[in-house]
Ligand binder design. Structure first.
Ligand code: NAD
Length: 423
């Protein structure tokens, strides 16, 4: 089924989902179809052993991966995930989606992703540092500012990027700030990076609303996830006059018909660790969240949250995907049949990688921009990319997700064709 001898085919695995998405794009690629199998296999997949000495003197081994799915348009770009469920197949799919996201936004990158199969919460800070440094050193063969640039993902953060940058720099004998993005500001990080994804979600949501004639003033917005992405998106929508009537996180669901006070909710979350019990809010049960009448539903927590059953009950004008892969394939179909538009993750949450691109550019020139400059450039790039995807969807009469894939795959395969095969 997947044509790769090193994978065991699995029904609804992330890689199968990705392959099905590529199948749907095939009819729209014209002469470039000749090259489509390029997208159905990763260019390069590195599996590494990551041995570390634990604090008690024992030696533990972890599986590490770095997959470069496609490098036709530029160096690889994509995060590093530390999670006990990480597999080669998952990293392959995540790398492939980075190829699509980077090309959909027209960033000069290919797609890559990395991961270590580890529960980082079971490690001390020193053990985590040793793991990060050894993993970085092992994948040092294929990463670099002009080769492949990692960034934070699930359970990795700015401190881990600082250790990665330091390890790579020590190995090459020169400070190489451009080898990773999402670094702390004092060592080459970019202003605006932390809020970039949520800002991008808002820009794409606002542009969608404008195109369907929806006035944001008073529009009801419902958000799952109040972390980095969800809280910033909620704040931006509220600032634009929308009513954020419900927010759900891992602690519960809060509701206020007149619109939640997002700044107060943020303070409550900072104090208590979650939205549950925020003053001035009603509590809802987790499932009724999915049937709240609203104009905009923003999943910004985990993958697979909009299942077929939930899709049957969603009462929104459109779903704006802040999270990666929040809508299952079945739910996607049901929403399409029910006339609920889905604005796909590869464009809606691309603000983060766009400011990562700005960070890399600033590191190369060692010249840093103001936050206003960064936000203005982010708005221009994300707004322009969304506009192109929207027009493509209109021209082809396809959903926005298919349109984003058509735009992205066309760009990748055009680059493939222009470069030709070696030898
Ligand atoms: P985060 O860890 O800051 O926040 C996650 C939020 O989800 C928290 O509010 C948490 O309470 C909530 N959550 C967790 N489990 C839940 C559950 N079972 N039910 C309801 N809520 C639950 O994460 P983040 O950085 O905001 O990322 C959220 C999503 O956006 C992920 O899918 C991530 O891959 C994607 N994303 C993030 C970025 C970025 O720059 N941070 C960029 C692109 C995509």
């Amino acid at each position: 089924m997947n044509g790769l001898s090193y994978l065991t085919p699995a029904g609804d695995s992330p890689w199968s989902t990705y392959l099905a998405q590529i199948d749907r794009v095939e009819p729209y690629l014209g002469r470039l179809t000749r090259w489509i199998d390029t997208l159905r296999r990763p260019k390069r997949a590195l599996i590494v052993d990551v041995p570390i000495e634990l604090d008690d003197g024992r030696v533990a081994h972890f599986e590490g991966f770095r997959v470069q799915h496609n490098l036709s348009r530029g160096p690889g770009k994509g995060g590093v995930r530390f999670h006990p469920d990480v597999t080669l197949e998952e990293v392959m799919a995540l790398a492939a989606w980075m190829t699509i996201k980077n090309a959909a936004v027209n960033l000069p990158y290919g797609g890559a992703k990395g991961g270590v199969r580890v529960d980082p919460s079971a490690l001390s800070r020193k053990e985590l540092e040793r793991l990060t440094r050894r993993y970085t050193s092992e994948i040092g063969l294929i990463i670099g500012p002009e080769k492949d640039i990692p960034a934070p993902d699930v359970n990795t953060n700015a401190q881990i990027m600082a250790w990665m940058m330091d390890t790579y720099s020590a190995n090459v004998g020169a400070t190489a700030t451009g080898v990773v993005t999402g670094k702390p500001i004092p060592i080459g990080g970019s202003l605006g990076r932390v809020k970039a994804t949520g800002r991008g979600v808002f820009t794409v949501g606002r542009e969608t609303a404008r195109r369907i004639g929806l006035d944001l003033a008073g529009a009801r917005v419902v958000v799952q996830g109040f972390g980095n992405v969800g809280s910033v998106a909620a704040e931006r929508f509220a600032a634009a006059g929308a009513r954020v009537i419900a927010v759900q996180d891992h602690t519960g669901t809060v509701y206020r018909e007149a619109g939640l006070d997002i700044a107060a909710l943020q303070q409550h979350v900072n104090r208590s660790g979650g939205v549950a019990g925020a003053p001035g809010t009603e509590t809802l049960d987790g499932e009724s969240f999915w049937q709240l009448p609203c104009e905009i539903l923003i999943p910004a927590a985990l993958e697979g949250q909009i299942t077929g059953a939930r899709a049957q009950r969603i009462d929104a004008r459109f779903v704006l995907e802040g999270a990666n892969g929040p809508t299952t394939q079945q739910a996607d179909q049901i929403l399409a049949e029910r006339g609920v538009m889905v604005v796909p993750d590869v464009i809606a949450n691309a603000g983060g990688v766009t400011v990562s691109y700005f960070e890399w550019v600033q590191d190369f020139s060692s010249f840093f921009w103001t936050e206003d400059e960064i936000n203005a450039r982010l708005e221009r790039i994300i707004g322009g990319a969304f506009s192109h995807v929207w027009d493509t969807a209109q021209q082809l009469g396809v959903p926005l997700r298919t349109a984003a894939f058509v735009v992205a795959c066309t760009r990748v395969l055009e680059a493939r064709e222009l470069r030709g095969l070696y030898p």
